[in-house]
Each structure stands twice: as C-alpha cells, then as structure tokens.
Write a protein that binds this ligand. Structure first.
Ligand SMILES: Cc1cc2nc3c(=O)[nH]c(=O)nc-3n(C[C@H](O)[C@H](O)[C@H](O)COP(=O)(O)OP(=O)(O)OC[C@H]3O[C@@H](n4cnc5c(N)ncnc54)[C@H](O)[C@@H]3O)c2cc1C
Ligand code: FES
Length: 346
C-alpha cells in the first residue's frame, strides 16, 4: 500500500506492508513520524485521512479522545486497506544518520523472575540482534493478548540478543493477568517492534544526569546507568537517581545500585523515596551506599537537588502523575524543557 504523509514542512512517501501499522511503516523507513506511547493512549500520533481506507485495530483506544473529526485517526493503531493520503499537523523530518531505526522482530521469553510481589524481571531472547539507545523501549506482543505493550529495556548492549525488562503487574490488566496468572511464560514466542522512544541518553550530552523514576519507570534508568558506567560518565559528571516506590516491600535493584555506587564512586548518588512509610532502619543499615527518604519521588528529588539543577539533563519515567509532577517541579526550578526527557507509562 502506498502511503503519502503531508506534513507541515514536506511530503513523505512510503510503501506499507500488508497489516503494517502506518506509524510502524513510516518509522521503519526512517521517517520520524510523531509518537509518544506508540500504543494507543496518548494521541500524539494523530493524523487526518485525506483519501483512502484504513482499518482501526483498536477503536476503543484512549488516545482517540484527542481526535476532533471522523477523518482523524491514530497512526499507531491503524492499517491502510488501500493507498492512503494523510495529513500530519507537525513538522516531520527524516531520522538523523546513525539513529536506531525501529523494525519488526521476533523472539522468545527466555526467563522470568519475581523481584517483588508484583514486579517481574523478564529476559527476552531476540531472533536477530537489536540496536537500541539507552532509555528506549520496544512494543511487545504475544498471541494470547490483543495489541502490543510498551516495555523499556533495563540493559544496554550493542547488537543485543537479550532484552531485559521489569514489568509491574497492573490490577485487571490483560497482559498482566496473562503474565502473572500463575503459569510460567518462559518459552513463549513474542513479536517485537522497536526500538522506540525519545528519552535517550548519549555520553556526548556532557551534562549532569538527573533520573526520577516512579515504580517500573526505573527500567530505562537502569539502561541509562549501564551506558554511563560503560563510558565512565560519572568521573566527569554527577549523576542523581531517585527511585520512587510506596513501601519497602516494593523495592528492588538495591544490590545493583550498591554495585554501581561502588564502581562509579561519589559521582553517583542513589535515593529511594518511599511515599507511604518511613524507611525501615533495616534497609538503611543493610544498604549504607543508598540514601532512603520519605515522600513522593518528585518532592524528594526537589529537596535533594536544591542549587544543583543548573547543568542537568533530566530523565523521567513511570506512571503519568509521577512524570507530570516531576516535569512541573523541574520547570518551576528553571530547568528548560529541552533538558527534560520523559516516558509516561500510560
Ligand atoms: C513508553 C512506555 C514504556 C513502558 N515501559 C514499561 C516498563 O518498562 N515496565 C512496565 O511494567 N510497564 C511499562 N509500560 C506500561 C505497559 O506498556 C502496560 O501498560 C502495562 O504493563 C499494563 O499492561 P496490561 O495489559 O496489564 O494492562 P491493560 O490495561 O490491559 O493494557 C494496557 C495497555 O495495553 C495496550 N492495549 C490494551 N488493549 C489493547 C488493544 N486491544 N489493542 C491495542 N493495544 C492495547 C494499551 O497501550 C493500554 O494502555 C510502558 C508504557 C509505555 C507507554
Ligand atoms: S503514539 Fe499513538 S496514541 Fe500515543
């Protein structure tokens, strides 16, 4: 199917494969179409159909609430049935040379491990190597569940054959119920699309690093820390990580944070913020290299970063309320929008 996208600055033409989502088709051909969640919730990928027919794979997608007319559609959910001409109300460039261009792939769940009562560590072995930037995510689907879900990579490796994820159980979530329902899912075949996401970290950015994560938002932060460690980034710049959870039963990765603190030294500080209880003294004494504090993660970050936000680039991830509160806090503290990168786990 021929797809023509009329953007504000130019027209893009590409050929979409049968069944391929219009967003995926454009991105896979290096066209930087607008998106945020890539999974039907945010509305960022909206476009207006000028001609042609499309099928909407998820007519109930929450992101449709940002559509204003019957001709508008979400590129991340729609597939062309005929040749399509569409208008996108944005400037759309080709991706920069050297970008990790997303593509469809496959793999299998190699192993799973419970990290807490509702968080699972999952390793997916891919059938072909995957290139991604630290802080990116992929869409992952399984035959038994409709639609794909965004999961952020925890690891950072070149030519990765394993993608590591931390996935939090969402009450009554369809994939959550499938994953946490009792049966082992190791060995399950998965489909993938990615890498995706603009909250990417490159050592050449040369700024102090501030990471604020709510819950499983810590996934992409771990990937960023891994890249920074490989580059000895914290010998040149400071790094502050704030990991927000509710209570001590929700905490994980403390051993990995301790290892990173030992390797990276004083340049890296890690604070775990507990919103619903005072940090238990056992945690404080068992993990002396990690700071524990009480409060919402953006409030704790604000307290500890007073006077230290001048040269930061901030990475935020997790539930939308936590990310929105952190964005507000940073903007009010005069961090400019171009130094704030985020993924909302909507
Ligand atoms: C950029 C990004 C990165 C994320 N990274 C992580 C992560 O690292 N760890 C983590 O735990 N969570 C992450 N999430 C959240 C995750 O994608 C899921 O929303 C969450 O795991 C709950 O899935 P569920 O199926 O249990 O819940 P559900 O409420 O059943 O579904 C949640 C999401 O699945 C998609 N979906 C549901 N039904 C359909 C359908 N019929 N067709 C198409 N799509 C559908 C939608 O995006 C929906 O919002 C991320 C989300 C985003 C947007
Ligand atoms: S990118 Fe399509 S709805 Fe978010």
């Amino acid at each position: 199917m021929k797809i023509q996208v009329n953007a504000r600055n130019r027209t893009h033409l590409f050929e979409a494969s049968p069944g391929e989502k219009i967003l995926h088709g454009g991105l896979a051909r290096g066209i930087a179409l607008p998106y945020e969640c890539a999974s039907g919730t945010c509305g960022t990928c909206k476009a207006k159909r000028v001609s042609g027919d499309i099928d909407d794979a998820w007519p109930d997608a929450p992101g449709r609430k940002s559509l204003k007319s019957a001709d508008e559609f979400l590129m991340c959910q729609c597939v062309a049935r005929t040749d399509v001409v569409a208008e996108v109300p944005a400037f759309v460039q080709m991706m920069d040379t050297g970008s990790c261009v997303p593509c469809a792939g496959t793999g299998r769940i190699a192993s799973t491990e419970m990290l807490t009562h509702d968080v699972m560590l999952i390793d997916v072995e891919t059938d072909a190597p995957v290139e991604f930037d630290a802080g990116q995510f992929v869409l992952l689907g399984v035959d038994d569940v409709e639609g794909m879900r965004g999961w952020s990579m925890v690891n950072f490796d070149r030519h990765a054959r394993t993608l590591r994820f931390v996935v939090r159980r969402k009450p009554d979530g369809v994939l959550s119920d499938w994953l946490f329902g009792g049966a082992s899912r190791a060995g399950t075949r998965v489909s993938l699309f990615g890498p995706l996401g603009h909250a990417t970290f490159y050592p050449s950015l040369g700024r102090d690093l501030l990471c604020i994560a709510g819950g499983s938002g810590i996934a992409g932060v771990m990937s960023i820390l891994s890249r920074a460690e490989q580059d000895e980034y914290f010998s040149r710049h400071s790094g502050d990580v704030f990991f927000g959870i509710r209570t001590s039963r929700d905490v994980y990765f403390l051993d990995e944070f301790t290892r990173l603190r030992r390797v990276c030294g004083e340049g890296l500080a890690v604070t775990v913020a507990l919103s619903d209880e005072d940090p238990p003294s056992s945690l404080v004494s068992d993990y002396p290299l990690i700071r524990f504090d009480r409060g919402f993660v953006h409030e704790v970050a604000k307290r500890h970063m007073v006077g230290r936000l001048g040269n930061v680039i901030a990475y935020l991830a997790g539930p939308p309320p936590a990310v929105d509160a952190s964005i507000r806090m940073l903007l009010l503290s005069r961090v400019t929008a171009d130094n704030i990168r985020y993924d909302k786990f909507s």
